[in-house]
Design a protein around this ligand. Sequence first.
Ligand code: R5P
Length: 300
Amino acid sequence: MEKILIVGPASQILGIRIAQELNINYFNTESKTFPDGENYLRINLDNESLIEGKEIIIVQSTGPSSSGNQNARLIELLMMIDAVKRMGAEKIVVVIPYLAYARQDKIFRPGECKFANLVLCLIDSMRVDELYVVDVHAPKILEEVQCKWINIDSMKILADYIKSLDVKEIVVVAPDKGAVERSKAFAKHFGEDVPVDYFEKVRDVKTGEITMSGKLSLKNKDVVVSDDIIATGGTMAKAIKLSKESGANRVFAVATHALLLENAKFRIIKAGADEIIGTDSIDNEASKVSLAKAIVDYLK
Ligand code: R5P
């Protein structure tokens, strides 16, 4: 079946990269916000029959950016799915490099909802055939999804990039205990015996404020602080500061999804990071590693 890719407004570079790797035709979209705040989206084609009977791959990240917040990104995604369904797509494959709301996967305080699950449920309810996400914050939420799904692992390609920086005596540091398992898996890409350590992080569930403590044996080590998401950079900056205080030589701030909100870049670099490294799940200056090949490996 012929494949066609729809490049969503939030994944313009990654979408084209994937289409080029797959060597398939692609269309972008036209999107805007109406004066009343409602979103508008159309797939930028003149002939709707081009979609009929085809396998349609939609690539749309749902992270916040200056041109759209995550709510708008989700609505645009639903609009793209609906549009290709209406035009007679035979198979619909959805690629969401960054899944918005994924951190709202538990009840932290009475009265909350698990919106992460609802986001997936909404997409699933549109009867898409396949769903691809990347390093989802809590992969367990995917277990409720009915369609075929894959949570793509970006650790190898992030590690390959870091290895190209001529790092020596690496230690992988997790910013909290919860990230240790992920960091252990990440460390394996640098070699069997690469040590993993972590700081103690406590987040106030009401204010969101974090405190972090710990002293590690990092003297003259090149440290890779790894997390799934950098949002405001508070977690990363604290882990980097403590790494430096623990004697680290170079320190790299690495995350699959480097949202870099507010003054995150300033905080992280001021704390002592040599470089901030993310993937193109979020299209910004930290997206030094492209997910295109890793995603294409699954789409093929
Ligand atoms: C939390 O569990 C996540 O893995 C990240 O550590 C967190 O989302 C980072 O947020 P921020 O950059 O705002 O500290």
